[in-house]
Design a protein around this ligand. Sequence first.
Ligand code: AKG
Ligand code: FE2
Length: 251
Amino acid sequence: MPTLSHDAFDLHSADQVPDSYSWPSSFLHDHPSPHRTPSTPSPSSTFQPSAASLVGAACRSFGVFYATATASPPTSSAMSKLRPGASSPSPSTGNSSPPVFPASSRAMAGLLSLPSSPNSCDDEMTDRAGLMKEMILAVDALQLNSYPPCPEPEKAMGMAPHTDSGLLTVLHQNGGTRGLQILRGENGSGPARWVAVPPLAGALVIHVGDLLQILSNGQFRSVRHRAVVNAAEHRISVAYIIGPPGHVKTN
Ligand SMILES: O=C(O)CCC(=O)C(=O)O
Ligand SMILES: [Fe+2]
């Protein structure tokens, strides 16, 4: 039976980050200070009839959006409390946080039907939507991520920048501690910058994965993201990864 090494680095008692764990400062710009997210999405009285198209637009612009269990998106005043500039659930190209949508079956069905355009080949799109539904029924995995407080967060990285390889990732950020950031502007839409995706009470974060980017002919973005650490709070996130079985080949 394998035994744990007593030489392993003890994250809980360390008072500094060893050089071997340090990241170059160029990776760590824009480091947020930890703070708890005060806002709770409050239901809006107006139903968004075009939730599916808004979700599609969010997947094209951000590659990520919030899904709430409420019947409708939060009001713009709840969004504006999230962070300055995040005043609307509509996708935008600015620095704002990803938009928030109700996780209605209509919105998710819209996402899985893929965006349509006058030039798109209906048969092919229908085939692809069918394939994705098959895949979604096929495989999923749960990944637990634990980020203990770090004595020198400006030197360390919780999870390195990456894109998710599956179709969709559904992320739960435990508690109110920030850490998740997405890279905006990577596709030339502006200067590249890391934008916080803070936990929003009652909402899950949905990421487009590499496979959905491929299956949508690049219309949906598998956005690069990372998790930063902080000195004060232990952060936990749970990623529910939806993807195809190992034998599926994508081309
Ligand atoms: O902890 C986070 O917020 C990010 C987790 C993540 O990106 C992942 O599990 O793929
Ligand atoms: Fe990820």
